[in-house]
Design a protein around this ligand. Structure first.
Ligand code: ATP
Ligand code: MG
Length: 595
C-alpha cells in the first residue's frame, strides 16, 4: 500500500507550532466560545464526581441506615445532578458544533482560495485532479481533529480525574487496584488498535481506487462503448475488488479477535476487582452501596479512557491536514508576491528573447525543454499564424504569453516591460486566450459567455454571439441565452463549445487575441464569416492563430513555423502560397479554398 501515508519532505519542515498557529488564526474570532466550552468541561467534571458520591451516600442511607427519606432526598439530588450533567453535555456539544461549523466554513473558503491562487503548473502537473477535493476535506478534517483533541485531551481527562478522585474518596485501595490493572491491558488494546487502523486505512485507499476507477470509466464511457471495452472495464474492477478481498481476509482474523479479547480482558479485571471488593465487604470495610457504585463507575471509565487514547490519532490527522493546508497557503502567497504591479493601458509589442521553458521542475539537458532559445517579436495589429507539427510547442507558447507558466530562462516583454512585472488586471485586459481545450461551465449560456466581462449587457452578448455564428444555436434552445448548458457543456456539440469560447474571448475586447486551434471544429464557411467579423469588430487587434488549416492561416500576414520549441521559419504569408512542399513539411492542410 505504498504511497498512502507518504508525507512529502516539505510537509515535515512545518513545525507543530506553525500548524496550531494556523488553527488559532482561524479560531481566534471564537475565543469567547472556547472559554465557555472550558467552563462546561470543568463543571461537567465536577458533576460526574459529585454524582458518584451522591449515589454511594444514597445507597448507604437506604441499605445500611434504613433511612428511606434521606435516601429519597439524595436520589432527588442525584436526579438534579444527572439533569445538570446531560444539560452541560448538550450545551457543550451544541456550542462545539456551532463553533466547528463557523471555523470550518471560513477555513474551507480560505483553502479553496489558496488552491486556485496556486501556480497554474501545479494544477497541470497534478494528474489526479480529483485529489484537489482532498484540500477541502483537509480543511474539514483539520478543524474537526483539533476539536477532537480538545475532547480527548481536555474534556475526558477532567471526567476521568473527577471519577478517580471520587472513587479514591469512597474506596482508595480498590481504586489503586483498578489503576494498576488498567495499564496491564493497554499493550493488547494498542496492538488491536494499530491493526484496525491499518485495516481501515488500506480499505479506505482501496475504496478510493474503486471510486476512481468507476468515475474514470463513466467519464470515458464514450470510448468504452466505441471500442467495446465493457468487459475489460468489468475485469479491471474485479481485479481491484479482489485486491480488497485479500486485505479483508488478512485482517479479518485480528479484527474479529479484537472485541472478544478486550471483553475477556475487561471481565478478567472486573473479576479481580469483585474478588478484592467482596473481601472488603465480608470484613465490613465496605458497604454494599460503595461496592455497587464502584463497579458502575469503574465500568464507565472505559469510554473516557478510549477517547483519551484516540487523541493521538486526531493529533496526527490534524498535523497532516494542517501541514498540507500550510503548504498550499505558502505557495499561494509566493505566487501572489510574484504577480506584477506595472499597469499597461494598451499593447504595443511583444518581444520574446532567448526563451527557454520546460515542464520539468529541474530540467537538465536541452531535450528536457519544450521551448528552446525562442526569439520572436509581434507588433500591434499584426496577424501572425503559428504553425508546426504536433507537439512542436505551439500551445505552450500561447500559455507562456498568457502567463500561465513562467519561463526558466530568457525574457518575454510587453511594451518593454517583462510579463512578470505587469499587473494581473492589465494582462487580463490585453490578452484573450481561446485554448485548444474548451471548457464550458455548468451555467446558463448568457452567464457562461459573460464570465469574460460580467458587466456586459445582454445585447452585447447577443451581438457577439451573432458575430461568432452562435445565433442559430441560441434560437434552437428553449430558453435562448438563458438555457442551462449543463455540466462541462454536455448539451452542446464540440463546435458549439468552441464558438462559446470564442464569444467569451471577443466579449473581452482584447488587444491581443490568441486562437489556439480555436476553430478546429468549425466549418470552413463559418470560419470565414467569423474571421471577417473579428476583423470588423476588433479593428487593430493583434491576432495569433495556431492552426493546421490553411483556410485559417491565409487570413494572417505572417507565418511563424515552430519545430521542437524553436522558430525555424518566419515568413510573410504571400511567400508560402505556392510552395506545396511547405504544406507537407509543416503538416498543414491545404484545402481547396486557397485564395
Ligand atoms: N502539461 C504538460 N506537462 C508535460 N509536458 C507537456 C505538457 N503539455 C505539453 N507537454 C509537452 O510539451 C510539448 C509541446 O506541447 P504543446 O502542447 O505545446 O504542443 P503543440 O504544438 O500545441 O501540439 P498540438 O499541435 O498537438 O496541439 C509536447 O512534447 C508535449 O508532450
Ligand atoms: Mg496545441
Amino acid at each position: 500500500m505504498k504511497g498512502f501515508k507518504e508525507v512529502p519532505p516539505e510537509y515535515k519542515a512545518i513545525s507543530r507550532k506553525e500548524v496550531f498557529r494556523e488553527f488559532w488564526a482561524s479560531a481566534r474570532s471564537q475565543k469567547r466560545i472556547f472559554f465557555l466550552l472550558l467552563f462546561f468541561v470543568v463543571l461537567q467534571g465536577g458533576v460526574v464526581g459529585g454524582s458518584i458520591w451522591l449515589v454511594k451516600t444514597a445507597l448507604d442511607l437506604f441499605f445500611e441506615n434504613k433511612d428511606p427519606k434521606g435516601a429519597l432526598f439524595l436520589i432527588g439530588a442525584l436526579f438534579m445532578a444527572t439533569v445538570m450533567k446531560s444539560s452541560l453535555e448538550f450545551l457543550f456539544n451544541w456550542k462545539k458544533m456551532l463553533t466547528i461549523g463557523r471555523i470550518r466554513d471560513e477555513l474551507v473558503v480560505k483553502a479553496f482560495r489558496d488552491l486556485i491562487y496556486n501556480p497554474f503548473h501545479l494544477h497541470i502537473r497534478e494528474r489526479d485532479r480529483k485529489k484537489y477535493a482532498w484540500v477541502l476535506t483537509d480543511a474539514m478534517n483539520f478543524i474537526e481533529s483539533v476539536f477532537g483533541m480538545f475532547n480527548s485531551w481536555v474534556k475526558q481527562p477532567f471526567v476521568l480525574a473527577s471519577t478517580i478522585c471520587a472513587l479514591m474518596v469512597i474506596a482508595p485501595f480498590l481504586t489503586l487496584v483498578g489503576i494498576v490493572l488498567i495499564p496491564l491491558g493497554i499493550p493488547c488494546v494498542l496492538f488491536f488498535k494499530r491493526k484496525t487502523k491499518e485495516f481501515i486505512a488500506q480499505r479506505k485507499m482501496l475504496l478510493g481506487m474503486v471510486e476512481e476507477m468507476v468515475s474514470e470509466t463513466i467519464r470515458g464511457i464514450r470510448i468504452v462503448k466505441v471500442f467495446g471495452l465493457e468487459e475489460r472495464e468489468v475485469k479491471r474492477l474485479q481485479q481491484t475488488v479482489s485486491q480488497q478481498r485479500k486485505i479483508n481476509e488478512r485482517n479479518a482474523f485480528f479484527v474479529g479477535l479484537m472485541s472478544p479479547v478486550s471483553e475477556f480482558l475487561g471481565l478478567l479485571g472486573l473479576a479481580v476487582i469483585i474478588f478484592v471488593g467482596s473481601q472488603d465487604i465480608l470484613s465490613g470495610a465496605f458497604t454494599t452501596g460503595t461496592f455497587f457504585v464502584f463497579i458502575m463507575s469503574f465500568l464507565n471509565i472505559y469510554r473516557p479512557l478510549k477517547d483519551v487514547s484516540n487523541g493521538i490519532m486526531k493529533y496526527q490527522l490534524a498535523l497532516d491536514s494542517g501541514r498540507r493546508l500550510i503548504i498550499l497557503r505558502q505557495n499561494a502567497i509566493k505566487e501572489r508576491k510574484k504577480s506584477g504591479t506595472v499597469p499597461i493601458e494598451h499593447f504595443k509589442d511583444l518581444r520574446i528573447e532567448k526563451l527557454w521553458f520546460s515542464y520539468m521542475e529541474k530540467p537538465e539537458v536541452n531535450e528536457d525543454y519544450v521551448m528552446r532559445d525562442l526569439t520572436l517579436t509581434i507588433r500591434r495589429g499584426e496577424r501572425v499564424a503559428i504553425v508546426g507539427a504536433t507537439g512542436a510547442g505551439k500551445s505552450t507558447l500561447c500559455d507562456l504569453i498568457a502567463r500561465l507558466y513562467r519561463p526558466q530562462r530568457g525574457t518575454a516583454c510587453v511594451n518593454e516591460i517583462p510579463l512578470d512585472q505587469i499587473k494581473n488586471q492589465s494582462c487580463k485586459k490585453i490578452f484573450a486566450l481561446c485554448s485548444q481545450e474548451t471548457i464550458v461551465f455548468n451555467n446558463t449560456l448568457l452567464e457562461d459567455i459573460r464570465i469574460a466581462r460580467p458587466e456586459a449587457s445582454r445585447e452585447e452578448v447577443l451581438t457577439i454571439s451573432k458575430a461568432v455564428g452562435l445565433t442559430s444555436y441560441i434560437n434552437s434552445l428553449n430558453r435562448g441565452l438563458d438555457t442551462w448548458i449543463g455540466n462541462r457543456g454536455v448539451h452542446c456539440s464540440g463546435g458549439q463549445r468552441q464558438l462559446i469560447a470564442l464569444a467569451r474571448a471577443l466579449l473581452q475586447k482584447p488587444d491581443v487575441l490568441i486562437l489556439d486551434e480555436a476553430m478546429s471544429g468549425v466549418d470552413v464557411e463559418m470560419a470565414r464569416m467569423i474571421w471577417q467579423n473579428i476583423r470588423e469588430g476588433l479593428p487593430g487587434c493583434t491576432i495569433l492563430v495556431i492552426s493546421h488549416h490553411w483556410h485559417l492561416i491565409k487570413h494572417c500576414e505572417r507565418v511563424v513555423v515552430l519545430s521542437e520549441g524553436r522558430i525555424v521559419k518566419d515568413t510573410p504569408v504571400e511567400a508560402i502560397e505556392d510552395t506545396g512542399r511547405f504544406f507537407r513539411e509543416f503538416h498543414l492542410e491545404k484545402d481547396g479554398s486557397v485564395r
